[in-house]
Write a protein that binds this ligand. Structure first.
Ligand code: MN
Length: 509
């Protein structure tokens, strides 16, 4: 069960009446067969709903308006069966406010050389119909994904699947509320930015909630609810000898989790941030003390696994991006997590970066069963015994991403990384990953720094750069991808070209 179940992607076939009504009837039945075939392939996460042929400007406009207003519809696939004159798409495309995928395919696979006649050709002429449609999209500067391939091929279906997940996550982001418990960590630049522009561009809304309000939830947490959550901890995680269910630190961690979840549910929020300097009453010896006794790190770890966006130290951009990442990742192998560049390991060809956080790493990336542990944490306003899940991540290839505010635009930075085996950290009991950024440590980290990337990022094993490319296309934001082919020289050139492009782009709007 994923939240994709109720969503739809609409399929519209471009046609026209030039070839007679019979041709359109055949087009219609071909389209139905193709949509059925795609839905039955089990390669697509979201069902495609066939919306018929659009044969005129009026019909195009009607279906585009309907798609834009339909709650379930997260995107639209167009395919030009016959030569569909593209001027008839102008008004419709002007009214389309959903992600667009243009599928360049054909009902028939191989040319039947010996039998092909004009009738056959009339029913299999996407070769030029799709170019006409492509032209008007380019002429109108319509953002879209173009997928080229035979509709029955797995590779074609997988590319549609990627875009489908991104389109669904985009819809999710248009209704995304991120709650900040406390403000940004003072003085930090990279995690801050323009929240108004973020809402305009990426859809999500960022509000704050005073920690005093969160404490009202904390005070009202029921003991029996704490019992149930602690039972769950002891079932799901490895528990060291001596740690019992009545341990005060564990019970308070559970209470914090219940309080944060209840607050997020009541507000309808999909993500949150915390700040380790803002945890309720400052002085724990105050007779009126109402506050967390520890940083609610275990809560953040578990809420991330549940799908809530999370960013530490007030990092609302990472919270929103993590929610989008988790949303796209639903049902795929390999997990995802918020991570932080922690410590460098200079080791020749294996030079790598330890990824961790003082507490908040999502257990979905764990290689082994996470261990529930309590240790002293000497950071933030509350230097105290603190519960957390400890584990190392699975080795393997993955991708990490971040969004930064460049002042005149948002920049998505994506880096392919290779997770390698980490070592135990007996004196630093935190969850961690260890990776080599591609193409290698020097170029990968160097390009990331030149691009102005954060120390926080959102990592996953399954969400490939193609997902992020589709996301950046839909959002209309810059994307820089650091991969095995990146050189610093070319990367700098790309950034300089982009600087001019976005400056002009803004000026023209
Ligand atoms: Mn951090």
């Amino acid at each position: 069960m994923t939240t994709f179940d109720d969503l739809e992607i609409w399929w519209v076939t471009g046609a026209q009446l030039l070839y007679g009504g019979d041709a359109v009837v055949a087009v219609d039945s071909h389209s139905k067969e193709m949509v059925d075939g795609l839905n039955k392939s089990s390669n697509l996460p979201i069902k495609i709903v066939y919306k018929g042929t659009a044969n005129s400007s009026k019909e195009v406009e009607a279906v585009m308006k309907a798609a834009s207003n339909d709650e379930k519809c997260v995107g639209i696939i167009t395919w030009m069966h016959t030569f569909s004159p593209a001027k008839m798409w102008i008004h419709g495309l002007q009214q389309l406010h959903k992600p667009l995928l243009h599928l360049h395919t054909q009902y028939n696979a191989e040319i039947p050389w010996d039998t092909m006649d004009m009738d056959f050709m009339n029913l299999n002429q996407s070769a030029h119909g799709d170019r006409e449609f492509g032209h008007i999209c380019s002429r109108m500067r319509i953002p879209r994904k173009v997928v080229v391939g035979y509709w029955q091929d797995k590779n074609t279906q997988e590319r549609i699947a990627v875009w489908s997940r991104v389109a669904a996550a985009w819809a999710d982001a248009q209704d995304m509320l991120i709650i900040r418990f406390g403000d940004q960590m003072n003085n930090v630049a990279v995690t801050d930015g323009d929240k108004v522009e973020a809402e305009l561009r990426m859809g999500y809304h960022v509000d704050y909630c005073p920690v005093s309000e969160l404490m009202e939830y904390y005070k009202n947490v029921d003991d029996s609810a704490v019992d149930a959550i602690v039972d769950e901890y002891f079932e799901l995680y490895a528990v060291p000898q001596g740690l019992t269910k009545d341990d005060k630190v564990i019970r308070n961690a559970a209470k914090a989790e219940l309080a944060i979840r209840a607050c997020l549910v009541e507000k309808g929020a999909k993500g949150f941030t915390t700040n380790f300097d803002d945890l309720g009453t400052a002085d724990i010896n105050d007779p009126h003390f109402v506050g967390f006794d520890q940083i609610p790190g275990l809560a953040s770890q578990r809420l991330m696994a549940e799908g809530y966006g999370f960013g530490a130290e007030g990092d609302w951009k990472s919270a929103a991006l993590y929610r989008t990442l988790w949303y796209m990742n639903q049902g795929l192998d390999g997990g995802c997590s918020f991570l932080e560049d922690y410590t460098l390991n200079f080791d020749g060809k294996n030079s790598s970066i330890l990824q961790a956080h003082m507490l908040e790493v999502c257990p979905l990336i764990a290689e082994e069963k996470p261990r529930l542990e309590v240790h002293h944490l000497g950071i933030g306003i509350r230097k105290a015994q603190t519960a957390r899940l400890v584990f190392t991540s699975k080795p393997g290839a993955g991708v990490t991403a971040t969004v930064v505010d460049m002042g005149n635009r948002f920049r998505l930075i994506v880096n392919d990384v290779e997770c390698i085996k980490s070592k135990p950290l007996p004196k630093l009991p935190v969850a961690s990953a260890l990776w080599i950024p591609q193409p290698n440590f020097e170029v990968g980290a160097g390009a990331w720094i030149l691009a102005g990337g954060t120390h926080h990022s959102c990592f996953s094993y399954s969400i490939t750069p193609e997902y992020w490319e589709d996301y950046a296309e839909i959002a209309g934001i810059e994307m820089l991808h650091i991969d095995k082919n990146t050189t610093i020289e070319n990367f700098k050139r790309e950034m300089r070209v982009n600087e001019v492009y976005y400056m002009l782009n803004k000026a023209l709007k």
